[in-house]
Design a protein around this ligand. Structure first.
Ligand code: P61
Length: 477
């Protein structure tokens, strides 16, 4: 397939430091084979996350200079509020410094112990904020959404039948709201269709339960609707977004994704009573309601980013760039989750490293090799992140061991993506050389952030490089 070229040119560049394999070997060893502990300036292509890593535009930087840092009533807040109202259609707009604070405000206000919040799949911060209230986070994605190889245009859909059953069993009084995450990050960045949103809305209405969105990647989701869902080809992505949110009562948003900024977020909603309660808490933990933890200039950058992200040339390039990386890998026989989602390509590490059992963290072994050999940072979403011991002390592993290559927005060129593809393909050819890992330290919760590991057996020999000259330097010796 042909993919669109970059619809922008580069005005400011950030030079990358040349790092040899020996330096990376030392850095990853000192980091206890944990990629979170590696200094970022030893990385060539950083695909740890698409969150807060976007390149802002000249228009956004110009907006930064127009920051009004008044404590109350900053003009940037009013601009931000008007853009959010226009796109999302909700009356009340509460700024926060990032997504999880929006979630915390919402759930600590409206949620009671023992209640349940259904979603397609809750992102980990959303789940944590729900569970922190003594409530339950229920994942009700369609069955295809849990199968890495099921081909479905909208694998992020929430199953309306599962929702109906949950609402009937638990009773609407125990479900303060239903949430839909667009796109479904924890399910691979898969989109949700408009038809599905309508179906979920009908179930919610029958039971008198509000519907909210986790809107982090709303523009990417709406672009997929335009491209894949019948009846939407001739609608603009902005029109599709308005229609999508018109089926809901509010949303939380981490603007670090489709807000095209490095920091920012908000809650937007129609319920005036909830707004008052959320605002009171906002003042306690984030700041005055017209800045909510952000500088005036940051609000201006979000306002401008939210408009820019709906540019369809940008979206065609963005979704195309991720799809292209997926296509290059798939054609070379690298096992990846399909169809490719909006913001990341996921490698199936169990199939990639069939000789490494789950107890030896095949995903993390792949992450370490990608960094050591090629200076690429990916993140493991598998046994290291989710594995644990049950009450009887036995190891419990997740169904999948994935490695996420999340693509920052407007940061890397297509040539960078080819370099990533060549590197992964080269590792795939040499996969027999990779070995499993074992833990030497683990924290009681969220162990992947601070775990330390070691290789089982002798240190691996260097993998021949991908034959792509450029930044990738071997030893100077
Ligand atoms: C990411 F490992 N995502 O995908 P905040 N909802 C959704 C998200 O994707 C999301 C948030 C809410 C991240 C960053 C991240 O343990 C982790 O602005 C669908 O980060 O608070 C964030 O938004 C939260 C990665 C966050 C993690 C926490 O890479």
């Amino acid at each position: 397939m042909r993919f669109p070229a970059e619809p922008f040119r580069i005005k400011v560049v950030e030079m990358l430091r040349r790092v040899t394999r020996e330096e990376r070997e030392q850095a990853i060893r000192e980091a206890g084979l944990n990629i979170f502990a590696v200094p970022a300036d030893t990385i060539y292509v950083d695909l740890l996350t698409d969150s807060g890593t976007a390149a802002m535009s000249d228009n956004q930087w110009a907006g930064i200079m127009l920051g009004d840092e008044s404590y109350a009533g900053s003009r940037n807040f009013f601009h931000f509020q008007s853009v959010v109202r226009e796109i999302f259609g909700y009356e009340h707009v509460i700024p926060t410094h990032q997504g999880r604070v929006a979630e915390n405000l919402l759930f600590s206000t409206i949620l009671k112990r023992g209640q349940v919040v259904p979603s397609n799949i809750h992102f980990d911060t959303t789940r944590a904020n729900i569970e922190h209230q003594g409530a339950e986070a229920a994942d009700l994605v369609i069955d295809e959404g849990l199968d890495p190889y099921a081909l479905h245009s909208f694998k992020g859909n929430l199953d309306p039948a599962k929702l109906e059953r949950l609402l009937t069993d638990r009773g609407a009084a125990n479900v303060p709201l239903v949430m839909i995450t667009v796109t479904n990050n924890s399910g691979g960045g898969q989109p949700v269709s408009m038809a599905n949103v309508r179906a979920v809305r009908q179930v919610c209405e029958r039971h008198g339960v509000p519907l909210f969105f986790d809107a982090c990647r709303f523009a990417e989701n709406c672009y997929f609707v335009q491209q894949r869902e019948s009846g939407y080809a001739n609608k603009s992505v902005t029109e599709i977004a308005r229609e999508l949110f018109s089926h809901g009562d509010g949303c939380t948003m981490s603007a670090k994704k489709d807000g095209l900024v490095n920091m920012g977020g908000f809650v937007a909603l129609n319920n005036a009573e909830w707004t008052q309660q959320l605002t009171n808490l906002l003042i306690l933990i984030e700041g005055f309601p017209t800045y909510g933890g952000l500088a005036g200039r940051d609000l201006e950058a979000v306002a401008r980013g939210l408009r820019e992200v709906l540019n369809e040339d940008y979206l065609a390039f963005r979704i195309g760039q991720v799809a292209q990386l997926g296509e290059l890998l798939e054609h070379a026989g690298v096992p990846i989750v399909v169809p490719v989602g909006g913001h990341a390509v996921y490698i199936d590490a169990r199939r990639f490293l069939e000789h490494v059992p789950q107890s030896q963290f095949p995903g993390q072994a792949l992450v370490v090799a990608l960094y050591r050999e090629f200076g690429i940072r990916a993140v493991e979403v598998g046994s290291l992140m989710f594995g644990h011991k049950d009450a009887g002390g036995r190891d419990v592993f997740p169904q999948l061991d994935l490695v996420r290559l999340a693509i920052p927005r407007r940061v890397y060129t297509t040539e960078h993506m080819r370099f990533v593809a060549d590197s992964v393909i080269q590792l795939h050819r040499e996969r027999e050389k990779l070995r499993g890992l074992r833990l030497t330290y683990e924290a009681p919760v969220l162990r992947h952030f601070t775990a330390r590991l070691e290789e089982i057996g002798p240190a691996p020999a260097a993998v021949p490089d991908a034959g792509r000259p450029g930044h990738e330097l071997r030893s100077r010796a």
